[in-house]
Design a protein around this ligand. Structure first.
Ligand SMILES: [Zn+2]
Length: 454
């Protein structure tokens, strides 16, 4: 009986990761992510899945980012009641991220309805906070390095992927086939996260390709961040930093702490962390010391480096402060969240600055800003972009092309088949070519919705 895999997301895009593995009538889903970015991608979230949610037998998550976990509340609402296996830190992070995702979608729908700029009345959220809270009951923590059985006769093992807290690669073993899902792979030289584990041997590999056509610059994030922050501080401006609440927020705070300690930026430069999720994520770091490089002293500095902004009222009150100051706020690609209010407020002034910190998926406001556009649409209004836009090239939470090929090259025996996923088309194809050329492996970039043997 063969094993096959259907690519329900995360192909031709970095979002919507959903890989359906089928064998002998059983259906297991690896990742359960939301599509983000371009509207035609986001609309896919509303399309029914090609299988009934209740017919899925088990779910595994590589990590908690919404493009890998954010569909879970919908899967639950559609009738899925099986387990969702994930590392303990991923379970903790889902408990923060998923209810917030439901809340943001309710808020966005309510905002659209209040301001009447929807073509479809009334706007509905994809799911709400209540659905998200319900779906958390399905989470089942599994430790890295300890195999478990998601279904009778199936075996799965998480290993450290180094991308964010709890991020894992997954080795799935069924019917004498070993299928390795890289998940999102971190970089070996990250300031906060430990390097990814070397890959175990497998017959089939799915490898991510976010940076499949790019190499990170040699200079580190500190060397890139210091002059930008010095510049904005000198002109009394405000730096708005859209951050992924989980991952880049902590990495940026740690980098700012190091720069202050070294005297490379003014010690008194006020820093605000305006994201309750980021605050809660920062608090999780001491609970998972095995996953990161920060010792007790560094964690303590991290806790006190920024003023934590909790309530929406405190967030809005930030607009009354004068620069210089730095506001870190979610979301990282400016697709939603509190950062939108800050951008709308600070973008029209040339003294201010936007610092983009991670991958900006096409179609997001972050990508619009990165492209140098003079205007960006926020809450139905055109906002003039007068502020300086800085895109950090060195703060990514993903391995680059060289690091991805290097990771794959560490497998002791060659896999039969490599599927290149989780990338824009040009990035995935560039990585496919490199893998074929440099590692002499068979690699394909599967089409969205297609089914392949494992
Ligand atoms: Zn991720």
């Amino acid at each position: 009986m063969s094993v096959n895999i259907t690519f329900l997301g995360g192909t031709g895009t970095v979002t919507g990761s959903k890989y359906l593995v089928q064998h002998d009538g059983k259906k297991l889903l690896v990742d359960c992510g939301l599509f983000q970015g371009f509207k035609q991608l986001r609309l896919r979230n509303w399309n029914p899945m090609p299988i009934e949610a209740a017919d899925v037998d088990s779910v595994l998550l590589t990590h908690a980012h919404l493009d890998h976990s954010g569909y879970l509340p919908l899967l639950y609402r559609q009738g899925y009641r099986g387990h969702v296996h994930a590392t303990p830190a991923t379970c903790d992070l889902c408990a923060i991220l998923l209810p917030d995702s439901g809340h943001i979608q309710e808020e966005d729908a309510a905002f659209v309805n209040r301001h009447g700029y929807t073509k479809h009345e009334p706007a509905m959220p994809l799911y709400g906070k209540h659905d998200a809270l319900q779906s958390l009951q399905l989470l089942k923590p599994e430790r890295e390095g300890i195999s478990f059985s998601p279904l009778p006769g199936w075996k799965a093992t998480f290993s450290h992927a180094g991308h964010i807290l709890g991020a894992a690669s997954i080795l799935l073993e069924v019917a004498d086939r070993r299928i390795l899902f890289s998940g999102d792979l971190g970089r070996p030289d990250d300031l906060v996260m430990k390097a990814p584990d070397l890959p175990p041997d497998a017959d089939t590999v799915l490898i991510e390709s976010t940076y499949g056509n790019r190499e990170h610059p040699k200079e580190d994030v500190l060397a890139e961040l210091a002059p930008a922050l010095k510049r904005v501080a000198a002109r009394g401006g405000v730096a708005v930093v859209p951050v992924f609440a989980v991952g880049r927020a902590q990495a940026l705070l740690h980098a700012i702490a190091l720069l202050k300690e070294r005297g490379e930026i003014p010690h008194g430069l006020p820093i605000f962390l305006d994201s309750p999720m980021a605050v809660h994520t920062t608090e999780l770091l001491p609970r998972h010391p095995e996953a990161h490089r920060l010792d007790a002293k560094a964690l303590n500095v991290l806790k006190h480096i920024a003023t934590m902004v909790e309530t929406p009222e405190q967030s809005k009150a930030l607009a009354k402060h004068h620069g210089p100051m730095v506001i870190l706020s979610a979301s990282g690609m400016a697709t939603g969240g509190r950062v939108l209010h800050h951008l709308a407020h600070y973008l029209p002034d040339h003294r201010n600055m936007v610092i983009l910190t991670g991958y900006q998926a096409p179609g997001t406001r972050g990508a619009t800003l990165a492209s140098g556009s003079g205007v960006v649409r926020i809450h139905g209004q055109d906002v003039a972009v007068q502020a300086e836009v800085v895109q950090l090239q060195s703060s990514s939470a993903h391995a680059d092309a060289v690091q991805l090929v290097d990771w794959l090259g560490h497998m002791k025996t060659k896999p039969d088949q490599v599927y290149v996923v989780h990338g824009e088309p040009e990035a995935s194809d560039a990585l496919r070519q490199r893998i074929e050329r440099e590692l002499k492996l068979r690699a394909v970039v599967p089409e969205h919705g297609s089914t392949w043997p494992c």
